[in-house]
Design a protein around this ligand. Structure first.
Ligand code: ATP
Ligand code: MG
Length: 396
């Protein structure tokens, strides 16, 4: 008998023509996250199997919680026989120490030519198990334990509970996107949701030293590391925004400061995205959250780029976002109290219904093209490496 981990695919089942591409990427991602455990991974269109040394099983299970494209996984016991009595005896051996009152057996025949019907196999296995317990009953509706049996072409499997995976598509199958990552609560969650749809992330952060502190930058790096666990690794582009921000502050009307600042962020993000082959910008904007996130504001800000802008949180309220941030363990980092460049220069009454023509007129007062050029060329790029991520190092 061989002990394996069986991986069940998520939405991939619906990808008929492209399934191989998706599975290749999923295997690559699993290989990557498990690389220090040296597992052996095989797959076909239905399932993926991971074999490894016994002592690594729980570590593998822990890490699979970070892989998108997984509907679930379970420990399976593979038998090189399809003899029903042998299957029954093995199932009994596996459960004999469990303290259960009710159970059921569910059988699936992947090999439909197998001469015994599924229901009959379940009955026979149940018949082998029952006499060995004093108070055990079959309960097909709500059993404490389900024993799953699968009959394949030349082998059979026994497995119990399926542990739920995080679903979605394998990261990388839908191309790359550039996440605008601030130190706030929203943007890491937006990044998580984009990765869930198979988008591999790079990230961009705007800082304004000395108005923003090294701690604020470290916080963003810590958040990027948390996201990198799902993303295999992550490239973080850090843009010095001080010159642009102070020029806007000096020469543009205060109420348009945020609108213009965000148009500059979008312009720079679009340049980096194009260079890095990222096909969309992703950010944590949510309709109505602040003045720059009214529909009119978003429209005026969005005008500076033709790239699609994905806003996974646009229709979420803050409490829903916080729930997710807690779930993905970014919340505690996000609420550390370091100032972000937007918050430092925030005016008292930002315009909520900006006019595009006015925004253009005001921003033309500064030589922003030159400044953008300088900001892009002096950017710092941090590769949050595979190794670091793999170690699940202390992230702060
Ligand atoms: P968050 O939205 O992440 O909680 P925030 O509320 O401080 O941070 P907003 O002013 O709501 O940020 O900005 C909306 C979005 O714009 C952010 O979610 C993020 O995607 C992007 N953004 C804001 N500031 C920055 C920054 N300094 N660097 C990179 N992206 C930023
Ligand atoms: Mg926000």
């Amino acid at each position: 008998m061989e002990k394996l981990i069986m991986v069940k695919y998520g939405e991939l089942g619906t990808k008929k023509d492209n399934i191989n591409l998706f599975l290749k990427e999923l295997k690559k991602n699993i290989d990557f996250i498990l690389s220090d455990l040296k597992p052996n991974i095989t797959y076909d269109k239905g399932r993926m199997f991971i074999s490894s040394d016994e002592e690594n099983f729980s570590k593998i299970e822990d890490k699979l919680k970070y892989v998108f494209g997984l509907r679930g996984y379970c420990i399976v016991y593979k038998l090189d026989t399809r003899d029903v009595n042998e299957i029954g005896r093995t199932a009994l051996e596996l459960i004999k120490d469990k303290d259960i009152k009710t159970f059921k057996v569910v059988t699936k025949r992947s090999d439909k030519n197998f001469p015994i019907e599924s229901l009959e196999i379940s009955k026979r296995v149940g018949g082998i198990i029952l006499p060995h317990f004093d108070n055990l009953k079959v309960d097909v509706r709500n059993p404490e334990l389900t024993i799953n049996i699968e009959i394949r072409i030349d082998s059979s499997y026994i497995y119990f509970d399926t542990i739920k995976g995080i679903g979605g598509y394998p990261v990388g199958t839908l191309g790359k996107g550039l996440l605008m990552l601030s130190g706030g609560i929203d943007s890491p969650v937006a990044g998580y949701m984009a990765m869930k749809r198979g988008i591999k992330l790079e990230a961009i952060y705007f800082e304004a030293p000395p108005h923003t502190s090294p701690e604020a930058r470290n916080k963003v790096i810590a958040l990027a590391k948390k996201l990198a666990i799902y993303n295999n690794d992550i490239k973080l582009h850090i843009i010095n925004f001080t010159e642009i921000e102070t020029s806007i502050y000096k020469d543009c009307p205060r109420d348009y400061l945020i609108t213009i600042m965000r148009r500059m962020m979008y312009r720079i993000s679009a340049i980096i995205a194009n260079r890095q082959n990222c096909k969309a910008l992703i950010n944590g904007e949510s309709v109505g959250q602040v003045a720059s996130q009214t529909l009119i504001s978003m429209g005026v800000i969005n005008q500076v780029t033709k790239l699609p802008v994905i806003r996974p949180l646009c229709c979420f309220d803050k409490l829903e976002i916080i729930d997710l941030a807690e779930k993905i363990d970014t919340y505690e980092t996000s609420i550390l109290p370091f100032e972000d460049c937007c918050t430092i220069f925030v005016p008292e009454h930002p315009v909520i219904n900006p006019v595009a023509k006015l925004a253009e007129e005001y921003e033309n007062r500064i030589d922003y093209k030159e400044m953008i050029y300088r900001a892009v060329h002096s950017r710092e790029v941090i590769d949050i490496s595979a190794e670091e991520t793999n170690k699940f190092a202390d992230l702060l």
